[in-house]
Design a protein around this ligand. Structure first.
Ligand code: AP5
Length: 223
């Protein structure tokens, strides 16, 4: 299965993807994480992406699509992918369809995680990320207790530069303008499932699993 996770910044795409991916046996492809990896390695692509990311704007489509194309060549993606943060424009969604078609694959469904704007701002302003393993915590909603990988005592936690208030404002505006049309793209293809993304993380994971089962059921009946 190839599934796209949609949702505004802070809606919980990364949190839910990391809880779902192993059980589903899917590779987790997160465009934001791929950009941050490039940046940490000091690559040209990372340097280019940094200015857009810090400002809360989207990295240009051609650069982003090229990076995802390369990621989809890795063997771990052949069993299926959970896309997180990609596609974010209709041009990216169309390019993804074309890329998958070339290798006999396709998007089976998209899940929109719905969260209201006040909650998004509260989540992003308190988010903490582990620089070592990438795990995401929240000062209030999901405080660090133990390292999921058993490697540290929380000394690598940091706040993302694009979680500062001005960048958050731009990210939410960018989402409304450029990414909301992607919801319509999957809805008109009858591939969209919606999940209410406010409340207990585990309860939302249950709703996500239900959405995955609906996608799987549809896939079986159309094949
Ligand atoms: P990216 O890293 O993808 O950021 P994002 O989409 O803005 O998403 P976030 O990571 O902020 O949020 P999330 O939905 O994953 O939420 P999370 O689970 O962390 O992109 C960063 C930048 O890279 C972009 O701005 C852009 O510049 C560039 N980029 C990336 N992809 C691109 C693309 N395709 N095209 C062009 N440019 C691209 O949760 C957030 C917080 O809430 C955490 O602290 C978490 O612990 C907490 N939380 C989660 N669930 C709950 C809950 N149920 N209750 C309370 N708290 C919760």
């Amino acid at each position: 299965m190839n599934i796209v996770l949609l949702g505004a910044p802070g809606s919980g795409k990364g949190t839910q993807a990391s809880l779902l991916r192993d059980g589903l046996g899917l590779a987790h492809v997160a465009s934001g994480d791929l950009f941050r990896d490039h940046l940490a390695r000091g690559s040209d692509l990372g340097q280019l992406a940094k200015s857009y990311m810090t400002a809360g704007k989207l990295v240009p489509d051609d650069v982003t699509i090229g990076m995802i194309r390369e990621r989809l060549e890795a063997p771990d993606t052949s069993a299926g992918v959970l896309f997180d943060g990609f596609p974010r424009t209709v041009a990216q969604a169309k390019a993804l369809d074309a890329m998958l078609r070339e290798s006999g694959r396709r998007i089976d469904g998209a899940i929109l995680i719905d969260v209201d704007e006040d909650e998004l701002v509260a989540r992003l302003s308190g988010r903490q990320i582990c620089r070592e393993c990438g795990a995401s915590f929240h000062k209030r909603f999901r405080p660090f207790v133990t390292c999921p990988e058993g490697k540290c005592d929380g000394e690598h936690l940091y706040q993302r530069e694009d979680d500062l208030p001005e960048a958050v404002r731009v990210r939410l505006e960018t989402y409304r303008r450029q990414t909301e049309p992607v919801i319509e793209y999957y809805e008109s293809a009858e591939l969209l499932e919606r999940v209410e993304g406010v409340g207990d993380v585990a309860a939302i994971t249950d709703l996500m699993e239900k959405a995955v089962r609906a996608i799987d059921g549809r896939k079986v009946t159309t094949e």
